[in-house]
Design a protein around this ligand. Structure first.
Ligand SMILES: Cc1ncc(COP(=O)(O)O)c(C=O)c1O
Length: 455
């Protein structure tokens, strides 16, 4: 039995047999090439979210797919009783590219952060120092396990599952005084994202991170940087901390490292690595040959094929174009981020959900975070022209909703009578984008926008 191309059957099976923890769009993808995805009906989409910062090399990248397929033919899994060449090689590559001396491999971002939290506590335990508290930031996101929801500074993720793991303290992000206040003799580590991706793409201030590093040095506290979303080229450097001129004691990676194959990694220094001894931590699948072969292919491609330069160039142009749109359409409140992790926040006349759906109807994929922000995290191989197609589509939508002149212009074309114009203007009066369909302002799928340089 194959249900691969029958969307209604796929949706039916999902509803009946999968735990309903996701809000799904009515689409299933069956193929990807470059920055494009294809659904069950053969419709093509420009992917501006890249599996949420995972598909760093896009889809069907020859280097990645051949590394995975030849590794799969040779050996998918051995186990952690034995040396694994691909794991040793990837550890070497990661250490060479970063501050780190040692790597622990696992399968996801949450697991990498669990390892980081355990390592920070173990480090002080083996030194016979009673430090175990971890300070994290409000609105942070560190994963969905019991430990990482305790670390995450958003109560909505942990409340249903209380009692939680003790020993976590949350402070406002980018507020060094609040952090100084929160530090106490029990503080083992400060754990931060450099760009808070899941809560709206909020970058840390340079002075803040430098002051955090200084504080950690002065107080003998470890600095854990969660680069699950920002790592591996995403922000225009191999690792985002390299934009800040500071070095963490522990860094976590996942998402983009495997280019779509599940992998997580925790990196640290030789000194901090003394916090784990044989038997203290482990993972059945962590460091398996298949995932590490993917990781090696991703790292090698990013290092050798100018991918980071591409991230910077496309990012510069994308920010420039988005900021132009911002000065033209005052419903764009801000454009934030770094490299190819970008948040576009609208005022409350535009819902993120509505914008995501409108872009989707035009064949473009983004994610909606919070009520008014959409996030972009496209494959790092995206071209300027593809990024430009996204901006064009966004502007097409904004023209329709960004104030009385644009709206009336469109309405005049569609509804010549004055009364019609008045009635419809009332519907879009506050320019709720998800009301545009009701107002008859959106057409059906508009695929021309992505056909310009598609395959
Ligand atoms: C910064 C950060 N940390 C941790 C995680 C959790 O990663 P995973 O879903 O792979 O467990 C995420 C996922 O979005 C993340 O963005």
């Amino acid at each position: 039995m194959s249900i691969e191309n029958d969307l209604s059957l796929i949706m039916d099976y999902d509803k009946n047999y999968c735990l309903q923890v996701f809000n799904l769009l009515p689409v299933a993808f069956v193929k990807g090439r470059g920055c494009y995805l294809y659904d069950t009906g053969g419709r093509k989409y420009l992917d501006m979210i890249g599996g949420i910062a995972v598909n760093s090399l896009g889809y069907g990248h020859p280097k990645l797919t051949s590394a995975i397929s030849s590794q799969a033919k040779n050996l998918i899994h051995a186990c952690n009783y034995y040396y694994i060449p691909q794991k040793a090689e990837l550890a070497y590559r990661l250490c060479r590219a970063s501050f780190a001396d040692k790597v622990f491999f696992c399968n996801s971002g949450a697991e990498a952060n669990e390892a980081a939290i355990k390592l920070a506590r173990g480090y002080f335990y083996y030194k016979d120092i009673k430090k175990y508290e971890i300070i994290t930031a409000d609105m942070s996101f560190h994963g969905r396990t019991m430990g990482t929801i305790a670390a995450t500074g958003q109560a909505k993720f942990s409340i249903p599952f209380e009692p939680g793991v003790p020993g976590f303290v949350h402070v406002p992000f980018n507020d060094i005084d609040a952090l100084i206040q929160a530090v106490n003799p029990r503080t083992a580590a400060v754990m931060l994202e450099l760009i808070q991706g899941e809560s709206g793409v909020h970058p840390a201030d340079l002075e803040y991170i430098q002051a955090v590093r200084k504080l950690c040095n002065e107080k003998g506290i470890l600095l854990i940087i969660d680069e699950v979303q920002t790592g591996v080229g995403r922000t225009g450097k191999m690792f985002c901390y390299q934009n800040y001129g500071v070095t963490p004691d522990i860094m976590t990676l996942a998402k983009g490292l495997g280019g779509g194959v599940p992998i997580g990694a925790m990196l640290t220094t030789n000194e901090v690595a003394t916090g784990m001894r044989p038997g203290d931590h482990g993972s059945t699948f962590g460091g398996n040959p298949l995932a590490c072969a993917a990781g090696n292919a991703v790292m090698e491609t990013i290092e050798d094929q100018g991918i980071i330069d591409n991230v910077r160039e496309v990012s510069d142009e994308l920010f420039e174009k988005l900021n132009k749109l911002r000065s033209k359409y005052n419903c764009i409140r801000s454009v934030r981020g770094k490299g190819l992790l970008i948040g576009i926040e609208f005022d409350d006349t535009i819902t993120a959900q509505g914008m995501r759906e409108q872009l989707f109807s035009m064949g473009i994929l983004v994610s909606a975070i919070g009520k008014t922000t959409i996030r972009l995290a496209p494959p790092l191989i995206i071209t300027k022209s593809q990024a430009g197609q996204f901006v064009k589509a966004l502007e097409k939508i904004l023209k329709t909703v960004s104030g009385p002149r644009g709206v009336l212009g469109r309405l005049k074309e569609a509804f010549p009578s004055k009364k019609d114009i008045k009635d419809k203007a009332a519907v879009v009066g506050n320019a709720k984008i998800d009301k545009l369909d009701e107002a008859g302002l959106t057409g059906g799928p508009d695929l021309d926008i992505i056909d310009e340089d598609g395959e």
